[in-house]
Design a protein around this ligand. Structure first.
Ligand code: ARG
Length: 566
């Protein structure tokens, strides 16, 4: 596919050798509206070099840059040179590429030979997998898919919270009030009850707190009874999580959670000590980070037990040794921002230059209208229930349809769950949001069902028109404004995906495919596609196919299915 932007950059560089190519690259932009061209180059910077007024420079440059093959118009507007891509060349280059590549369109080998770890989801065992986990799970999955698409070798890691003092609490609660048989029946809900109870009882009875500490210490020392119970919690929890992952069609390459690293922790603690980074503070071992404006990172607590941060340090070093990553990405909420800053800093102080390749991809909170989120009070909205409710909502809509629908159940699942994913990935991840049922499940507006529906509509159109990707097409027949809008969105898809990967922002992709769906529906409503003129029909179908491929691939990058019938 012709890279118009690169063509422009090179031509500009030929004409203005005074400016570095990187500088020109930074300056070339997309104008605010397409009547001002597809690309624009502001010349303010050149006023000093040429000692002329910017509009005059723009006029002279535009003169020199005329090139009818690629640009039908190069014109000066104020201090800008605006470039209008030649429509025929455009349609030809974009659609030839799509027809040739099919669903591989937009992929790249940008990340070849680079391994990227994406750590996401990472729920805590023996705790509910609730609506709050949707963010890391869905954002992380999408980031992984985006990196895959660009040719990186990705490793999906679920850093299970399967270690820590709360297991001392759970074991203690199990011993006092738990009945293993009862727990086995409905593990997570029963364990949650026990967790709530121990939290309440500990308030009253301080000796219980001591007991929980002892059990945790035993777990660290691999006491068989402690390990047995811990294993039981872990296995039951993973079973529950996997039901949700299956609904979301998510798979992990590794479930190496916090406990996994406990065996490697001593070496890391020794390394930190040997490098002289620790000091003693009230019996605990800490790395003082005051110089960097941060509170200290505790490596070892006064009772000799380790904490979350120590396990993260260990995990990062382990991953570097095992995977030799290019990037190590953590998709975790912004409440943990400081934690990541601290342990990245400690890695750096330890002399690991790759600390700079560790990235905390943070996001804001999700809440529900009634505020049901907190585990400590036992007031939770399970993620599985949310997904099933979304499915049921869609099933009800489908049941009210006149026409018979095949595989209604599966379809309702794809649309319902897709709707939840889409809503999740619609905004900048850093924003907080309130989960809204009505908006999520609507078939109108900026929703998953709307985009999926557009995909299905194009699919049936292509079937009706007996579209064949091998047909030769006269691209010059595509020149209306509506057609050009669609072509642009198809053409720009890859650069949007590249931006999304650089900024870890799946919503760039979401917005792009919503826009494409809207552009297509506008086209569909204003233009007959299945016309008698065979040549025109073929050209319009090829364009529709391009839109379908991009919507299909875009949905895939979000972790959604693109149904062919809806
Ligand atoms: N289990 C943690 C929680 O639920 C998230 C883990 C994040 N990952 C990490 N490497 N610390 O809050």
């Amino acid at each position: 596919m012709i890279n118009f932007k690169e063509l422009i950059i090179n031509k500009l560089h030929d004409n203005i050798p005074e400016l570095e190519i990187e500088e020109i690259e930074r300056l070339v932009e997309t104008p605010p509206s397409y009547d001002m061209g597809d690309y624009a180059f502001p010349v303010f910077q050149l006023a000093k070099i040429f000692r002329k007024a910017p509009p005059m420079i723009a006029t002279e440059l535009a003169e020199k840059l005329q090139d009818s093959e690629y640009f039908e118009k190069v014109e000066a507007l104020g201090a800008y040179v605006n470039f209008f891509v030649n429509k025929n060349t455009y349609a030809d280059t974009v659609l030839t590429d799509v027809l040739e590549k099919g669903y591989d369109y937009g992929k790249s080998d940008l990340g070849a030979n680079r391994r990227v770890i994406v750590e996401y989801s990472s729920p805590n065992i023996a705790k509910p997998f609730h609506i709050g986990h949707i963010r890391t799970t869905v954002i992380g999955n999408s980031i992984k898919k985006i990196y895959d698409y660009l040719g990186y070798d990705t490793i999906a890691i679920n850093h299970l919270g399967d270690y820590g003092t709360q297991f001392g609490m759970l074991i203690t609660a199990m011993k006092h009030w738990g009945d293993e048989e009862v727990v086995r029946q409905d593990p997570i809900r029963e364990l949650l009850k026990l967790y709530v109870k121990i939290n309440e009882e500990m308030e009253e009875d301080p000796t219980l707190r001591e007991e929980t500490r002892e059990w945790f210490k035993k777990l660290e020392d691999k006491d068989p009874e402690a390990v047995r119970l811990w294993n039981f919690f872990r296995e039951e929890s993973i079973k529950e999580f996997e039901r949700v992952y299956e609904l979301l069609d998510i798979e992990f390459d590794s479930y190496a959670g916090e406990a996994f690293y406990s065996d490697y922790m001593d070496d890391v603690i020794n390394e930190i000590e040997d490098k002289g980074l620790t000091v003693e503070s009230q019996g605990a071992e800490i790395v003082d980070l005051e110089e960097y404006g941060m509170p200290p990172l505790i490596v070892k607590k006064s009772d000799g037990t380790t904490i979350y941060a120590t396990r993260d340090l260990t995990a990062a070093i382990y991953r570097k040794n095992k995977y030799d990553f290019y990037k190590n990405i953590y998709v975790v909420g912004n409440q943990q921002k400081l934690h990541f800053q601290q342990f990245f800093k400690v890695l750096e102080l330890m002399g690991h230059e790759w600390a700079k390749d560790c990235v905390h991809v943070e996001f804001g909170t999700v809440s529900t209208e009634d505020g049901a989120l907190s585990t400590r009070k036992g007031n939770v909205l399970f993620l599985e229930d949310v997904l099933m409710k979304a499915k049921d909502g869609i099933l009800e809509i489908l049941n009210n349809r006149e026409r018979e629908i095949e595989n209604k159940d599966k379809l309702a699942e794809q649309i319902g769950i897709g709707a939840v994913i889409f809503q999740e990935l619609f905004n900048d991840r850093i924003k907080d949001y309130v989960f809204d049922w009505d908006k999520t499940l609507s078939f109108e507006g900026d929703t998953g069902p709307y985009v999926q529906y557009t995909h299905a509509r194009i699919h049936s159109l292509l079937e009706k028109g007996a579209f064949n990707p091998a047909d030769s097409v006269d691209f010059a027949l595509l020149s209306s404004e509506e057609e050009l809008d669609i072509l642009r969105l198809i053409y720009n898809f890859q650069s949007v995906v590249i931006d999304a990967h650089e900024k870890y922002q799946p919503y760039f992709v979401t917005r792009h495919i919503v826009e494409l769906a809207k552009a297509f529906n506008k086209y569909y409503n204003t233009t007959s596609i299945l016309v008698d003129d065979e040549e025109v029909k073929k050209a319009r179908l090829a364009l529709s196919y391009g839109a379908k491929v991009v919507i299909h691939n875009g949905l895939g990058l979000l972790g959604m299915v693109a149904p062919e019938r809806m």
